[in-house]
Design a protein around this ligand. Structure first.
Ligand SMILES: N[C@@H]1[C@@H](O)[C@H](O)[C@@H](COP(=O)(O)O)O[C@@H]1O
Length: 261
């Protein structure tokens, strides 16, 4: 089962998640991080930046793989996920840019981009911790409803809902790319630890679906139920539709002292 941790706000969620990543890097200086974009992980990236500065931990060997990328946006477009990851993660943390990978969304050669990315992840020895947000329609990465649980990195068509949700980053909805390249649910499930964050009422239904099921390709987030090591960190609003919330609070409050996230 997943561990569900309900925290008062995004700041505390970020700090909790950041501590677990700092611990990972301390034991494995060339740890492989799975990096999500979107607004959800920003609190984590901020907290991680602060912890790295405070502890002086060496992050020069940390490796990273982004979850997804838009297809057809120039890599230097400010809203390409390559740019977002550089701006929000690589630069503030001081990661080594050549060790941070993002799927190649260039149309030229797109048919090879998915298999190339899968190969690079495998050559790195797999992802140690995969940071995840969740879309309002339940997508993780850009795996929209109907995605196979066995899927690998490939091109997908964004739903209208996702394009609407992401229109805030573009001049208009029409400017949001129609296609993306995303790690598959199968790729995500191969990561050693999944760390899913969600905040706000708008995510409550997606969180309940992901955590409490049913497990279905119609609800991509529910794939996390198939993974042996999942941590879901949510605020009260995002937790508000969970049926079993009292048990999750009780289990976390009584967590054995030796057990980390
Ligand atoms: N591809 C990303 C996802 O990785 C992200 O988890 C989700 C939620 O975004 P936000 O965190 O901004 O709510 O939508 C985007 O489309």
């Amino acid at each position: 089962m997943a561990e569900i941790v309900v925290v008062p706000d995004q700041k505390q969620a970020g700090e909790l998640a950041a501590q677990s990543i700092v611990d990972l890097i301390a034991s494995r200086p060339d740890a492989v991080l799975g990096l999500a974009t979107g607004s959800t992980p920003l609190a984590l990236y901020r907290a991680l930046t602060a912890r790295v500065a405070e502890t002086g931990i060496d992050v020069a060997h940390v490796r990273g793989f982004a979850l997804d990328e838009y297809v057809g946006l120039p890599a230097d477009h400010p809203e390409s996920y390559r740019s977002v990851i550089t701006r929000e993660v690589v630069e503030p943390l001081g990661l080594t840019p050549s060790l941070i990978h993002v799927p190649n969304g260039a149309i030229d050669g797109i048919e090879h981009a998915g298999p190339d990315y899968e190969r690079a992840i495998a050559e790195a020895g797999g992802v140690d911790v995969q940071i995840l947000g969740i879309g309002t329609d339940g997508h993780i990465g850009f795996n929209e409803p109907g995605s196979s649980f066995a899927s690998a990195t490939r091109v997908k068509t964004l739903t209208e809902q996702t394009r609407r949700d992401n229109a805030r980053f573009f001049p208009s909805e029409a400017d949001v790319p129609m296609h993306c390249i995303t790690q598959g649910l199968g790729t995500i499930l191969r990561a050693k630890h999944l760390l899913l964050l969600a905040f706000g009422e708008g995510k409550a239904e997606a969180v309940a679906g992901a955590v409490e099921g049913p497990v279905s390709a119609s609800n991509p987030g529910s794939a996390i139920q198939l993974h042996p090591h999942v941590t879901v960190i949510v605020d009260e609003a995002a937790a508000s539709r969970l049926q079993n919330i009292e048990y999750y609070r009780y289990a976390y409050a009584n967590k054995p002292a030796w057990q980390t996230l």
